[in-house]
Design a protein around this ligand. Structure first.
Ligand SMILES: NC(=O)c1ccc[n+]([C@@H]2O[C@H](COP(=O)([O-])OP(=O)(O)OC[C@H]3O[C@@H](n4cnc5c(N)ncnc54)[C@H](OP(=O)(O)O)[C@@H]3O)[C@@H](O)[C@H]2O)c1
Length: 374
């Protein structure tokens, strides 16, 4: 893809930055960010890309809530708009955080929708992030876009009011009594918020009236690249907890971040593509296999497993949720494969080796030394 104009919201984020790197040499990438230019050397794990590094990129400040002339004129005649903005799910699911997680995604989508409606030459394609976590926690079969199971209406309430919260807790308690503490049904209630969040992501884009712009929601599995989710895993390895998490049988759907960028390009080039797409390699692994491969590549012979109760305690301590580690995410990219898309990174080991090899030495020299020795 060359000489196109691509606008990406959530500009400083892990995926937006990877996309800017992927597209920014041959295309003009406009990154919308809530940060001022002076903040751009912030405390993000990755370094933000700069035009000075040879990329054709422009940063514009936005608040993700109001259409302002300085950035919205970039949407005029753009080839593609990509929304990757939203509060990070790496937080405790308190009521306040839940509201922010939802509103940051809905408002940024509504704002982009409004900006698109104000154009005279609308963008050809609009892509929004959704998540593979939209499907149920299952360990017996993968979910595709046609037959995949998404939580039903029984668990469809996000606790907002005090009464809603009480009702939700009562429902959980009753389900635990009836079906057991380790039942699938109870797990679904535990993991319900992630499902609802993904539903909001998808509804918010498909509700927007933009008749001349194709719309796609990507149900992204765990995107592996430099930074992102791999950093907490490196920390687990370093601290000796490089074994499996929970019982290790939960499925881990993944894709290389470069394949995610290639999927975006593929969607742009195929005018018939619309709606929702699972973004994951067809080769999901179990959590135990994922950790085993990571240990092998980084030269760690052993790693202690982390049982669910320990993870619960640790997650509460560091302010995150165990869902990110314990929920079984098993998706199959049926629609992408049907469209003819071919993944470049099909095997986990190949993907992880490539990522670790290109990770800056100053950050992970420990692992690179190990890798070199393998
Ligand atoms: N990474 C994955 O494996 C993965 C998997 C499934 C789904 N997703 C979804 O894909 C999207 C992008 O993921 P990511 O990993 O790139 O996330 P990320 O690194 O957390 O980036 C998201 C960006 O959104 C912006 N943002 C943060 N809080 C916001 C708020 N309150 N209002 C508006 N914008 C806000 C920030 O950009 P600025 O500060 O520059 O504005 C932030 O850098 C997210 O919706 C995520 O849930 C990611």
């Amino acid at each position: 893809m060359k000489h196109k104009k691509i606008v990406i919201a959530g500009g400083s984020g892990f995926i937006a930055q990877a996309m800017a790197r992927y597209f920014g040499k041959d295309n003009h990438v406009v990154l919308l960010t809530r940060k001022a230019a002076s903040d751009q050397n912030n405390n993000y794990a990755h370094e933000l890309i700069k035009a000075a590094d040879g990329y054709n990129i422009t940063y514009w400040r936005w608040d993700a809530q109001h259409v302002e002339r300085h950035w919205s004129r970039e949407i005029e005649g753009a080839d593609m708009v990509i929304n990757m903005a939203g509060k990070s799910v790496n937080c405790r699911y308190t009521e306040k955080n839940k509201k922010e997680l939802i509103s940051s995604r809905i408002q940024s989508t509504q704002t982009l929708g409004e900006a698109i409606r104000q154009t005279t030459v609308p963008p050809k394609l609009w892509i929004n992030a959704s998540s593979a976590t939209i499907y149920r926690h299952t360990t017996d079969k993968p979910h595709d876009e046609f037959t995949g199971l998404i939580s039903d209406a029984r668990v469809d309430n996000i606790p907002y009011t005090f009464i809603d919260r009480l009702r939700f807790r009562y429902n959980k308690w009753r389900t635990g009594l009836r079906e057991g503490r380790h039942s699938m049904r109870l797990k679904e209630l535990d993991y319900d918020f992630g499902v609802q969040l993904s539903k909001h992501c998808e509804n918010s884009i498909f509700e927007q009236r933009t008749p001349f712009t194709r719309k796609i929601a990507l149900r992204i599995a765990i995107a592996l690249g430099q930074g992102g989710i791999l950093e907490p895993y490196y920390n687990l390895l370093k601290s000796g907890f490089g074994g499996h998490q929970g019982n290790g049988r939960q499925m881990y759907s993944w894709l290389h971040i470069e394949d995610l960028c290639r999927i975006v390009e593929w969607c742009y080039e195929h005018n018939d593509m619309e709606g929702v797409y699972n973004c994951s390699t067809p080769n999901a692994v179990t959590n135990a296999d994922f950790m085993k491969t990571l240990r092998h590549i980084t030269g760690h012979k052993y790693g202690l497993p982390a049982p669910a109760w320990l993870l619960e305690a640790g997650a509460a301590f560091i302010g995150t949720e165990t869902e990110l580690l314990l929920k079984s995410r098993w998706v199959y990219p049926a629609r992408l494969l049907q469209s003819g898309f071919v993944f470049r990174y099909n095997a986990l080991e190949q993907a992880l080796r490539e990522i670790i090899r290109h990770t800056p030495v100053k950050k992970y020299n420990f692992f690179q030394k190990k890798l070199a020795a393998c």
